[in-house]
Structure formats: structure tokens, C-alpha cells
Design a protein around this ligand. Structure first.
Ligand code: PEP
Ligand code: CO
Length: 402
């Protein structure tokens, strides 16, 4: 922690403020939040192409959403998404009890006692990998990569791959100048507090405290206790904060945690990332919306259609089906439309790579194909085409909502 505390911040307070400002119009439906990336970044899957491919798909998704009629705020689950919450502290592997794998920033995934021992030096490695990742993202953002020509070309390729018709083809991306200045902000779960604390700095200009490990941090569904350490930490930083809202959250839980995290009711501060599952969302979301309305709060409602829809395939793989993911997204829009509120964002676990971790989609990935390219270190991610498909779906739903 001492060594990390002396390292340069990964992002600047001024950038964090500009993300917060960009989130203000998302809350009332003038802009759309797209947040996506790995479930868990890892030390072994660290390649320039992986980063480039994720950025590339996210950009294509932003173009698709822009054709839905809204400018996009782009936030990656990247450059710091290393720590994973686990439901159990230990697991049995071949009759031996092992500490669970908690993400590369804490221990190693290999099934032996030595690998599973937490090692604080991993925090430094995660920091340096995040710095290099950000360096590449910042360079790409200044390059040909985000030129109107490249964006248009990529969009056309995806439309072909997804079998979408010509009517969706943009005449010219020149009509969306904001697209070419699109910045990819970074985010991760604020789970490993020693890491977050060491990268928290006081901004000399404003005197405020910012967690400079990422632009946006979120609180997981397992660590949202208003009296717990994670909420206490996030209360003290000025970054935009995401809050995962799972099926066990009551309206009262939500109000109490927001009183702690956002006492000033600051626009752009809170994004509620709803992950109820396709089955539960119709029943569980309206009472939360009602509570926010009663309190007169302004928040961003974002849909995470991944975490409530994880299933075990018959061959043992943890997977998610594109159809179920799409149906939670659609129901999320239905609820908001019926309540007169705004479905403001989409939160996905995804990669630009052509992995086979989630079933379904345009490639009709079935359970038998899961084994061929199942690379995730934690939860199953949508591959590039499946993620793009979801963005086009969201764009359609936005078009119907506005
Ligand atoms: C995650 O986003 O990777 C995660 C663990 O989510 P949740 O806290 O919603 O389960
Ligand atoms: Co996950």
C-alpha cells in the first residue's frame, strides 16, 4: 500500500469530473450509458489485441446506440477490474480444502494451496497492468481507430455479420460529431479496499477526494451494506458511483444506502445497476423505482442483464443464454416505459474476442460448443457479436421508448 500510495494516479480528478458531468443527461434520457468489459481481467490474458478488440466492439455498440437516437457515454470494465467477490471463503478441490480464487489482484486461480495464498505484490502488478492498458486506450483514442471512416466501416461489417438490413445503415457519421471525440472511461468494482485506498488522492484544485484508480467505481451486490466498509469508503470519494441492485434488495435497503452515498443528491453521482434476472425483473424493479420517485431522487437506471441469469449447462459450464439476457433487457425497458422513467444504461460482461462462453446469438452457440473457446477467469462473457447484437437490441428499444 505504501508503494502504491507513491505511484502516479491512473486517472485525473478533472477526468472524473467530466465523466460525472457526462452522466447528468443520462439520468433524464438525453444520453445513454454503455458499460462493458471482462468479468475479471487477468495477468495471463493480457494482450494488446484483447484490449483493442474490446474497444473496437464498444465503439461499434456506441455507433449502433447512436443510431437509436442517443449520444453514448462509454465506460469500460477495464484497467482495474481484477478483484472478484465470492460467495464462499474456501472450496473443495479433489478432497482438499482451498482458499477460493479472488481474482488476480489477490491470488492465483491454479488449484493448489501456494497459488491461492494472497500476495499483496499482486496489487502492484494489477496497477502496472492497468497503467499500460490505459496507455494503449488513450493512444487508440487519438488514432485512426476512431476516425469517421473506421467507425463507419466497422459498423457496416457488424450489420452484415448480424444480418441486419440496409435501413439501419448510417448515411454519414458526420452527423454525430460527438462520436469521434468519444472517450472510453474506466471502471471496476470497488472491492479490494486497500488498493482503492492507496490510489485515493486529494485534488489540490477542489480539495475533494477522488479514487484515481478509475473514473467510476461500483459497489457489488454482496457489499452494499450501508454500515459496511465498502459503502463507507465510497461515501468519502467524489467519483461517480455504481450500485448493484439484486433481487434481495428492498426499497428500504436502497433508500438507506443512497442516504449514505448521495446525501447531497448530486446529479451524475449514482448509477443503479439493476441485475434481477429475467424472471424477477418485472416484479422486483417497480418497487425500487417507486421508492426513488417517492424520495424525489434523480438516478441513472442501468440494466445488467448478465448477473441474474447465470446457469449451469448440462456439461457443467457456467453460462448465460443470449435470449434470456435479451429478455431481461427488454423487460427492463417495459418496466421503465410503464412507469414513465428512463432506462438509461446497459452493463455487460463481454469481450471483443470470439469466445464461446454464452449460448445463443446469431452464431447459435450451443452447450456442446461451450468447450471450444471458454476462456473467462470468472463469469461467462458475451463475445463481440453477441454484445453487438445486444446493443442493436437496446437501440431498437430506445427508438420505441423516445
Ligand atoms: C460483477 O459485476 O462482476 C459482479 C460480481 O456483480 P454483482 O455484484 O452484481 O454480483
Ligand atoms: Co461477473
Amino acid at each position: 500500500m505504501r508503494e502504491l500510495g507513491q505511484c502516479p494516479p491512473l486517472v485525473l480528478a478533472s477526468e472524473i469530473r467530466s465523466l460525472k458531468a457526462a452522466l447528468v443527461p443520462v439520468a433524464d434520457g438525453r444520453s445513454y450509458l454503455l458499460q462493458g468489459g471482462d468479468c475479471a481481467e487477468s495477468f495471463s490474458e493480457f494482450h494488446a489485441n484483447t484490449i483493442r478488440d474490446l474497444y473496437q466492439v464498444l465503439l461499434e455498440m456506441a455507433v449502433a446506440l447512436a443510431h437509436g437516437g442517443l449520444p453514448v457515454v462509454l465506460v469500460g470494465r477495464i484497467a482495474g477490474q481484477f478483484a472478484k467477490p465470492r460467495s464462499a471463503a474456501t472450496e473443495q478441490v479433489d478432497g482438499i480444502e482451498l482458499t477460493t480464487y479472488r481474482g488476480d489482484i489477490i491470488n492465483a486461480a491454479a488449484a493448489d494451496m501456494v497459488a491461492r495464498r494472497p500476495d499483496p505484490r499482486r496489487m502492484l502488478k494489477a496497477y502496472h497492468q492497468s497503467a499500460v492498458t490505459l496507455n494503449l486506450l488513450r493512444a487508440l483514442a487519438e488514432s485512426e481507430f476512431v476516425s469517421p471512416a473506421a467507425l463507419g466501416r466497422r459498423h457496416a461489417l457488424y450489420l452484415d455479420a448480424l444480418g441486419l438490413n440496409d435501413a439501419d445503415r448510417p448515411g454519414s457519421d458526420e452527423s454525430m460529431p460527438w462520436l469521434h471525440a468519444l472517450k472510453l472511461f474506466t471502471s471496476h468494482e470497488a472491492l479490494l479496499l486497500p488498493y482503492e485506498q492507496a490510489l485515493t488522492r486529494q485534488d489540490s484544485a477542489s480539495g475533494r477526494w477522488y479514487d484515481c484508480s478509475a473514473h467510476m467505481l461500483w459497489i457489488g451486490d454482496r457489499t452494499r451494506d450501508p454500515a459496511g466498509a465498502h459503502v463507507e469508503f465510497c461515501r468519502g470519494i467524489d467519483n461517480p458511483i455504481g450500485l448493484k441492485c439484486g433481487p434481495t434488495m428492498t426499497p428500504d435497503d436502497l433508500c438507506r444506502v443512497l442516504d449514505v452515498l448521495d446525501p447531497q443528491r448530486e446529479p451524475g453521482r449514482m448509477t443503479l445497476i439493476v441485475r434481477m434476472g429475467a424472471e424477477a425483473v418485472l416484479a422486483k424493479l417497480p418497487p425500487l423505482i417507486e421508492a426513488i420517485r417517492r424520495e424525489g431522487r434523480r438516478v441513472i437506471w442501468s440494466c445488467d442483464p448478465m448477473h441474474g441469469n447465470t446457469v449451469k449447462a448440462s456439461n457443467g459450464y457456467k453460462t448465460r443464454d443470449v435470449k434470456t439476457v435479451g429478455s431481461e433487457l427488454e423487460r427492463f425497458f417495459i418496466v421503465h416505459r410503464s412507469m414513465g422513467t428512463v432506462a438509461g444504461g446497459l452493463h455487460l460482461e463481454m469481450t471483443g474476442k470470439n469466445v464461446t462462453e454464452c449460448t445463443g446469438g446469431i452464431q447459435s452457440i450451443d452447450e456442446d460448443s461451450l468447450a471450444s473457446r471458454y476462456h473467462t477467469h470468472c463469469d461467462p462473457r458475451l463475445n463481440g457479436l453477441q454484445a453487438a447484437e445486444m446493443a442493436h437490441r437496446a437501440a431498437d428499444l430506445i427508438r420505441n421508448a423516445v
